[in-house]
Design a protein around this ligand. Structure first.
Ligand SMILES: NC(=O)c1ccc[n+]([C@@H]2O[C@H](COP(=O)([O-])OP(=O)(O)OC[C@H]3O[C@@H](n4cnc5c(N)ncnc54)[C@H](OP(=O)(O)O)[C@@H]3O)[C@@H](O)[C@H]2O)c1
Length: 254
């Protein structure tokens, strides 16, 4: 017997995914399209952006859009928000982010500013611009990709950890501010997931094989995070707001 019951469906939903030229954001964008959504993808790299758009179009014939923008620049954020104008979003996933490694005694002001600018300021300023223009539909859902780094101490990751912890705290307040319109805001805190960001870290520190041994379920895959993002965007999570889902393959309980 077949049934159309699917509380995770994103049919007829319009969803913006930042950082969708690579890694988690790209997988989230493609998975949203598979679940029936119209997707707006965005990143800085034009070639990879076009590739994401082509893949979205091969999944469905919805009016997917690609907007090139550097989200650390006001002009880039304006271009993105303007392109959404007049058609509110049902979901927003903030996945654009960078990781930089440095022990605190070597940290530079530029390092602090760089991670803060894309990991915290950009998602908050985009959220502000969308809310000011009523571009998040009632019952919409906003998902912020934080990190396990916000919950545990790892040497060399202080600046990055601080940005992700800031997201968790800000999203709790944001959730309270938008709840009157039944808009929800939540974070996902993944541990290590196999993406280009992880490969870059492995190149910097040599190898991640020793770290892999600390994960009872192994490192995550982009689809693990994408499936969780779909849950948090969809009506299946309609009673969940202001919280963070830690997804770490058992790292922090082992
Ligand atoms: N991978 C992991 O193990 C892991 C674990 C926990 C949390 N996270 C978080 O998950 C998010 C995605 O990470 P990922 O692994 O998917 O990284 P990734 O593969 O390096 O992708 C990062 C994305 O962010 C975009 N981006 C970076 N700077 C930008 C800027 N100034 N303006 C606009 N877009 C920008 C990049 O687009 P362009 O290159 O086109 O500019 C790219 O699409 C990040 O917030 C990261 O902190 C990752």
């Amino acid at each position: 017997m077949t049934t159309s019951f699917n509380p995770f469906s994103l049919e007829n939903q319009r969803i913006l995914v930042t950082g969708s030229t690579s890694g988690l954001g790209k997988k989230i964008a493609l998975t949203c399209a598979h679940m029936g959504a119209e997707v707006i993808c965005t990143g800085r790299d034009q070639d990879r952006l076009e590739k994401t758009l082509t893949e979205l179009q091969s999944i469905s014939d919805r009016s997917h859009q690609a907007i090139q923008a550097d989200l650390t620049q006001a002009s880039g954020r304006d271009a993105l928000v303007t392109s959404i104008e007049k058609k509110p979003l049902n979901g927003v996933v903030h996945s654009a982010g960078i990781s930089r490694l440095s022990p605190v005694r070597m940290i530079t002001e530029q390092h602090l500013r760089e991670v803060q600018s894309i990991n915290v300021d950009a998602p908050m300023l985009i959220t502000q611009a969308l809310l000011k223009r009523n571009l998040v539909a009632p019952e919409g859902s906003m998902v912020f990709i934080a990190s396990i780094a916000a919950h545990i101490g790892v040497p060399g990751v202080a600046a990055y950890s601080g940005t992700k912890a800031a997201l968790l705290a800000m999203v709790r307040c944001l959730a309270m501010e938008v709840v009157k319109r039944r808009i929800r805001a939540n974070c996902l805190s993944p541990a290590l997931v196999e993406t280009p960001l992880l490969e870059a870290t492995a190149t910097m520190i040599g190898s991640m094989e020793q770290e892999r041994g600390n994960y009872p379920l192994g490192f995550g895959k982009p689809e693990d995070v994408a499936n969780a993002a779909v849950f948090l965007i969809s009506g299946a999570s309609r009673w969940i707001t202001g919280t963070t889902l830690v997804m770490d393959g058992g790292l922090t309980i082992s």
